[in-house]
Design a protein around this ligand. Structure first.
Ligand code: F6P
Length: 341
């Protein structure tokens, strides 16, 4: 079915050399810095003399044919804004053949030669499917989770880590005043990157991530030991994806509170870590990746994700990253534990 569709509905790859018109969308959970990527991709494409369409609300907008021409001025004053001015969505319809066929038909109807998809894991799996159907797509690595293969960092994660660290710092202040412990739960879906990095930067006593679970009784034991070592406060950072996560830990500690020393309070950060203005690092990363996506198309390359390795822009075939996740560096977890003495 897909082979037939690609023959009937989509432009051939050789058209890339005659690029005239591209579309840009942001998809999945919004990430601080997405706007900087939209701005960079738009202006880089305009610099090539191409026309740019901004698609509303991710793949849902592609299916609904909701898109408008973006001029250079339309993306002015957005580099510092969180969220995405294009809107985003998690489109169930795009997971169906019918939805994808409609999306491709709309792109073709408008004479659009290529698509830039700014998004995370699910979104780039969608990109990979479109690329597999023969449509030129370039993905831009953007998710607070930082779980995409093909890049060291994704747009949004620096902001999310910094917001989590700020929360830890604030909780530590009040924790010290009251000789309390705090459990901070942060985002990341099934990936512990935000919790791990924020835990290290915030000097957390315990870090619990899905990639390396810690049983609640072990968390309690580490809190007890910290109290006995004379600590005036303790911080436990838990990734939302941990199976024996925040609620299991809170319950266990409540049942053993008289033996631990510290009282433990719970602060779930939730979507707070995704909001607010992007850090300079996220704006710079997004600017580089957004422009690099257009650069790939200008060179006649598609079907890839643009990401960063070290300080270099790299590309990885979408089919190699689709549906997979990047592991966290467990050595950092050991380092954090050793330093939490
Ligand atoms: O993938 C980004 C993310 O923020 C995850 O960290 C989180 O689990 C999920 O999105 C939340 O999804 P939603 O915004 O749809 O509730």
């Amino acid at each position: 079915m897909q082979r037939i569709l690609s023959t009937l509905l989509v432009p051939a790859w050789h058209k890339l050399t005659f690029m005239q018109r591209i579309a840009i969308l942001t998809s999945g959970g919004d990430a601080p810095g997405m706007n900087a990527a939209v701005r960079a991709a738009t202006r880089a494409a305009i610099a090539h003399g191409w026309e740019v369409f901004g698609v509303r609300n991710g793949y849902a907008g592609l299916i609904a044919d909701a898109m408008d021409v973006l001029h250079a001025r339309d993306v002015g004053g957005i580099i510092q804004r969180g969220g995405t001015v294009l809107g985003s969505a998690r489109s169930v319809e795009f997971t169906t053949d019918a939805g994808r066929v409609q999306a491709l038909a709309n792109l073709r109807q408008r004479g659009i030669d290529a698509l830039v998809v700014i998004g995370g894991n699910g979104s780039q799996t969608g990109s990979s499917v479109l690329a597999g159907m023969g449509f030129p797509v370039v993905g831009v690595a953007s998710t607070v989770d930082n779980d995409l293969l093909g890049t060291d960092v994704t747009i949004g994660v620096d902001t999310a880590v910094n917001i989590t660290v700020e929360a830890i710092d604030r909780l530590r202040t009040t924790g010290s005043s009251h000789q309390r412990a705090f459990l901070v739960e942060t985002m990341g879906r099934n990936c512990g990157y935000i919790a791990l990095m924020a835990g290290i930067a915030g000097g957390a006593e315990v870090i619990v991530i899905p990639e390396c679970e810690v049983e609640p009784h072990d968390v309690a034991e580490r809190l007890r030991a910290a109290y006995q070592r004379g600590k005036t406060h303790a911080v436990v950072v838990v990734a939302e994806g941990a199976k024996r996560g925040a609620h299991a830990i809170m319950q266990h500690v409540a049942e053993h509170k008289h033996t631990i020393g510290f009282a433990l309070r719970f602060t779930p950060l939730g979507h707070v870590v995704r909001g607010g203005v992007p850090t300079a690092a996220d704006r710079i990363l997004a600017t580089r990746l957004g422009a690099a996506a257009v650069d790939q198309l200008a060179r006649g390359t598609a079907g890839v994700l643009v990401g960063l390795r070290g300080n270099d822009i790299v590309t990885t075939p979408l089919k190699e990253i689709a549906g997979k996740t990047k592991p966290v560096n467990r050595d950092l977890l050991d380092l954090a534990r050793m330093l939490a003495q």
